[in-house]
Design a protein around this ligand. Structure first.
Ligand SMILES: NC(=O)c1ccc[n+]([C@@H]2O[C@H](COP(=O)([O-])OP(=O)(O)OC[C@H]3O[C@@H](n4cnc5c(N)ncnc54)[C@H](OP(=O)(O)O)[C@@H]3O)[C@@H](O)[C@H]2O)c1
Length: 225
């Protein structure tokens, strides 16, 4: 089924990756605070998609974040942890009741110790908890995509072989997100449990980045064997 997939903060690295991976089958709405930036990014991604795939069945267009939130069937929050309060308070009250919201957001900071997890370092809420506060239908939030780097998503020709941890409370929403993960060749969804456990998926990112830096690994990912 063709979905309208909106990407808030779609002009960033992850946003480009999501757009390029799902445009073959879906209608992608690239969101930005600035509609002109969104349109420019959508045009750039469309060119990149044509180069990678030849032709696509879906589309990529760019709009302001507010329009994207209102129109989407699936809304990806591709923004930094620090922006959750301002973005979600403005947008999440306007989404369709059926809209599935996806959080790939990692609450992380780089210090001289390494990459640290803000909920542990500073006692702040984890991303899933914070986003959920602003949702009309809290069960429609799914956390996923924390452990795949934008560098691997942005090139559709790159062969992937990684697992993606998924947390959420509503089976239909989780099934939809699992389906979208499965459409990216080489990615496998691994369900960890309810949204209350999403901090486990979120903390996997600083874990991976510390492993990468201390052991000189190039863009590591996670695969359960
Ligand atoms: N990068 C990765 O490899 C990776 C991997 C896994 C998970 N993640 C997570 O995915 C999320 C997105 O990562 P990213 O690297 O794509 O982020 P990013 O490039 O730093 O930012 C994404 C977008 O956020 C918007 N933005 C910037 N400041 C803002 C503000 N004050 N208010 C509202 N929007 C603002 C910008 O869009 P406009 O200026 O156009 O509005 C920007 O393009 C993050 O939470 C990150 O932790 C990233």
């Amino acid at each position: 089924m063709m979905l309208k997939i909106g990407i808030i903060g779609g002009t960033g690295g992850m946003g480009k990756g999501f757009a390029l991976r799902w445009c073959p089958k879906h209608e992608i709405l690239v969101g930005s605070r600035d509609p002109h930036r969104a349109e420019a990014a959508a045009a750039e991604y469309t060119d990149a998609a044509k180069q990678a795939y030849g032709s696509i069945n879906g589309t990529i267009s760019g709009k302001d974040n507010v329009s994207v939130a209102r129109e989407s069937d699936v809304l990806i929050l591709s923004i930094q942890y620090e922006n959750i309060d301002s973005v979600c308070s403005e947008l999440l009250g306007t989404v369709k009741d059926s809209c599935i919201v996806v959080s790939p957001i990692v609450p992380m900071v780089k210090t001289e110790t390494g990459f640290e997890f803000l909920p542990i370092k500073e006692g702040r809420p984890f991303s899933h908890q914070l986003v959920q506060k602003y949702m009309k239908n809290r069960s429609r939030l799914v956390s996923a995509f924390h452990v795949i780097s934008e560098k691997k998503l942005v090139d559709p020709r790159l062969a992937l072989d990684y697992d993606i941890f998924v947390c959420g409370d509503d089976k239909e929403s989780i099934d939809t997100v699992n389906g979208l993960i499965g459409e990216i060749k080489g990615l496998r969804p691994i369900f960890l449990g309810s949204g209350a456990l999403a901090y486990m998926a979120e903390i996997a990112t600083p874990l991976l980045l510390n492993a990468m830096i201390k052991n000189k690994l190039k863009n590591p990912g996670i695969k359960l064997l």
